[in-house]
Design a binder for this molecule. Sequence first.
Ligand code: HAM
Length: 470
Amino acid sequence: MSAQKNINKRGGTDKVKKQKALAFTKSGTKSNKDKPKTRSNKGQSADKKDINFLVPPKGMRDILPSDAPPRDKVVEVSRRMAEFYDFSEINTPVLEKIELFKRGVGEKTDIGGKEMYTLKTKGGDHLALRPEGTAPVVRAYLQHGMHKLPQPQKFYYFGPFFRHERPQAGRYRQLWQVGLEIIGGESDPVYDAQIIVMFYRVLEELKVGAPAVNINSIGCRVCRPGYRGKLVTYYKEKDVCKDCKERLMENPLRVLDCKNEQCQPFKAEAPSILDSLCSACRSHLKQVLEYLEELGLPYFINPTLVRGLDYYNRTVFEIFPEGESLALVAGGRYDYLAEMLGGRPTPAGGAAMGVDRVVDLMQEKNPKFFQTRIKKKIFLVHIGELAKKRSLSLMEDFRKSNIPMRTSFGKDSLSNQLADANKDGSDMALILGQKEVYEDTIIIRNMETGVQETVPFSRVVEEVKKKLKS
Ligand code: HAM
């Protein structure tokens, strides 16, 4: 059969059949019309269960192909930044021993406690889906004796993390982070500033609005206990919420993080940690701020900024998109974490960026950006078995020239394949029918204008290259 046939302007034929719309509702469940009818209640609940199987667990979601461009961009910009600053990629397992997070993040914290997804293996190991990346990276640093390498060691990572939080906008149960960690060497404030500036520049490049840096120091082993005492004394008489009553017993600094209306007036009048810092911590914070000023980075000192993980000391910071309340980046110094995990004293600092939140913002701020087509699309249409075989080797030629191409190999009819090419927004279709195979030619069709030309098969790659350049 020849490929030369009555074809309308955008490539479809008059015979193009309308595909039946899939009988799925927006949420991915089948419409009532298509549900198998069941007689008993028992049957109905089994049916319901099957349908629930078709949606992911609460708070988790599919990352669809259309979501890939902004995510790729986030990773590409972060990777470029990390490699410029001499960070190396590290990948730790998604599952770790529960104990790592209990000790590292803190059993009494939300992230290292009630929000962890845990399981017991058939062999009896108690494991957790990693809720964060810092404790695993320090674990790997200790396990592989990386303290023997030049210090500090600098790492970056990208991957999924899991927290059984209440799902809401910008808060997912499977979340993705890009993380940076600087481990070993000195507790040097310059590293704190470097981490902040790296993420700040990444956010600038991703155009998610002016980033606002909130920074604080939560002191060290020397000065924090004194401040903790002052805070407990101050709050003792106050009518705080139930959660804060617990926090005062377990981790008093966390009362400063309370979002409950009832506690806000007390927070505003609470003693400031900045008045309790020892001279070493005060000078550390002063130097971090001086480095930020040197780099021209605006910041806001927030004395009530504390973090939800136990391993921090001295610098803590969060970066927000202008006018928004969910942090895009958060981190700080964690000089004691290696010791908490049984290692030697190892100064360290780092931060992580919430990829999902950044991507949500990128899509909101610049929806058109990711719809722009970067490459022209080529669709290979075959008619008949002989043409199909020839198409396979033709694809190899295009692969060698690094020109991507689409096909509908499962379909044999010209009209169906052209309809696919059309739906796909292809710029060009290469049409190969039996006649063309016998004559050693191929048709190049401009999908926009409908203009077709027949070229020798041996020259098709060259011809397509020329057209891609024009
Ligand atoms: P984190 O504050 O728990 O810190 O998380 C870092 C960032 O991950 C947050 O600022 C936010 O953008 C994003 N994120 C957190 N939870 C969620 C969620 N449920 N859904 C979507 N995004 C979320 C850490 O994880 C520390 N390990 C950071 C660090 C690295 N500190 C030192 N080094």
